[in-house]
Design a protein around this ligand. Sequence first.
Ligand code: SER
Length: 318
Amino acid sequence: MKETVLVIGASGQIGTELVMRLREIYGDSHVIASDIKDAAEVVMQSGPFENLDAMDGSRLTEIVKQYKVTQVYLLAAMLSATAEQHRDFAWKLNMESLFHVLNLAKDGIIKKVYWPSSIAVFGPTTPRQNTPQFTVMEPDTVYGISKQAGERWCEYYNKKFNVDVRSIRYPGLIGWKAAPGGGTTDYAVHIYHEALKHGKYESFLGPETTLPMMYMPDAIRATVDLMETASENVKIRSSYNVAGFSFNPEDIAAEVKKHIPEFEISYAPDYRQQIANSWPQSIDDSHARSDWGWAHQYDLADMTNDMLLNLRKQLQVS
Ligand code: SER
């Protein structure tokens, strides 16, 4: 049977790129993009788009039945920084949307679910270096609590109801095709834009705030590889640790300076510093590597080359 995929949150940072990759794999008309706001032009023009509020279970069911959807990628969520400002809404959005999708799979209406988790599931009591797959998890952000609860529910639905749900704990994601929104790691995207436009950047995280990060092409490949692998390879049904590389604002600034020598960074840490301080600095992703063959490709230097090359064209700066 031909697969038909629904992406919820198709206008976001990951959704914009993931929809286009899935359309290459499954065909344009078999990947339905959905969001509460219009997606990027390229997404809107290349295949179906439906307006969908991820908390609206009946509209979701209607779309799934209309298109005979077999797989759902649920990307809609409120991220770490914004969730601290809108606690009740963040919890409602992040949890209700997940239950709607898991229940569609439990009822046999869809076959497979992708749901992203995050390094935010870890907290101040977690070992911060080479954080293991299985370890202490006491997140102290609204977003982290919602992702950890979500992970437990994913595993529960897999064990009790045989739901084929798959998940990755993304590190901070950096890409040039779409803007990030409301995350603690967003500085690592903003810095490139500001360096090209103004030659300087004021970081909302301090110079030595090391966090695990990944370039978007690697994140998209990880996501698709996990979803494509045979079900028996997916031994972890909560969420997989997956790592790229780690850096802090000082490191990325030094890398940017190699391309833009006059670039200057300054620091004005705000409430996001505390969130970052509670997260790991590096991640052990050996389970993803051995279970389904994960291997990252980009490091900080490769990513910086590619980001600046593409953003120069997109922003039309020399
Ligand atoms: N990048 C996300 C954030 O900063 C973490 O999942 O919220």
